[in-house]
Design a binder for this molecule. Sequence first.
Ligand SMILES: Cc1cc2nc3c(=O)[nH]c(=O)nc-3n(C[C@H](O)[C@H](O)[C@H](O)COP(=O)(O)OP(=O)(O)OC[C@H]3O[C@@H](n4cnc5c(N)ncnc54)[C@H](O)[C@@H]3O)c2cc1C
Length: 319
Amino acid sequence: MLRPVLFWMAQSPRMRAWVTRSAVGRRVSRRFVAGETLEEGLEVARRLRDRGFLVTLAHLGEWVHTQEDARQAAQAIHRLIQSVGEAQVPAYVSVKLSHLGIHLSQNLAESLLQDLLQAASEQDMMLRIDMEESALVDPTLELFWRFHKRGVANLGLVLQAYLYRTEGDLRRLLPARVPIRLVKGAYKEPKTVAYPKKRDVDANFDRLARLLLEAAQAPQAPRLSTNGRRPPMVAIASHDEDRIAYAQETARRLNLPRDAMEFQFLYGIRRDLQERIRREGYPVRIYVPYGSEWYPYFMRRLAERPANLFFFLRHLFRK
Ligand SMILES: Cc1cc2nc3c(=O)[nH]c(=O)nc-3n(C[C@H](O)[C@H](O)[C@H](O)COP(=O)(O)OP(=O)(O)OC[C@H]3O[C@@H](n4cnc5c(N)ncnc54)[C@H](O)[C@@H]3O)c2cc1C
């Protein structure tokens, strides 16, 4: 019931202006977002590193309006890549192709990504393309394959278990041994492309996790690097305890070494679980977003758990 309202709010320029300008909106968003500046993002990354976590940093932004905006976004991400190197944090960087303007020009996004991959490679770091709306899945995979054919080895992907197509995509990607983050999927998708029922998404998540973990048994499958900037082939990214337990159990049955997979969580969500999985001895990476363009990201976090909306409203009316 509430999810459509939240997805509507996510698209509404008036809501966006209202929430991002209000002190309460900014304060509540801090539950999920490290801050508005690179330095705030790095500060959170350092704190997580000191507590034994790995990190992936994301400079927030998506669906830029002009090619100039895309170039500026790439410059900011470039600065982020260099700062991660200087700050000595075990982190790689996640990017969104709509932030690099793929919807405006494929060529521009490709050349911006090429430069970022080069900068990341100089820091011995992977870049991962976050997966966005289903309309961007084909362009994302096409771009990936073009880089792969040129021998680029530091580009990772995300696959979404809610899409019917994902098992086919995964089976085609497995021989390339590309690092994959498996997620359920965060966007509003029609039932022509995505499972509408949670239990079907969950069952698909487990099926895809098993395929990935089996493939990670191969000796050539990427392992977690010692600097933490190159992740292993499998990243299980979910706060769902049943999905995590299934992946752990499968990894145990397959006798997978601990550096063959990692668990990933979003900053600010289920901190108790993040800590527990880390204490169990698995590599745990936290996705740390920062930047002034936090509104769409924040709205997706509210839509995932409408109880968050009440948390937001409570703060709003307490003011
Ligand atoms: C590291 C990481 C990277 C991601 N990257 C992408 C991406 O590139 N593309 C994409 O489409 N999606 C991405 N996602 C989001 C993902 O698709 C899901 O929308 C999100 O993780 C919620 O699903 P879940 O697997 O946690 O399971 P759910 O069944 O939704 O949640 C399980 C439990 O986790 C807790 N929980 C989940 N979400 C929240 C929340 N927002 N607030 C508070 N508690 C919550 C609740 O306790 C809930 O019961 C990413 C997620 C993670 C962890």
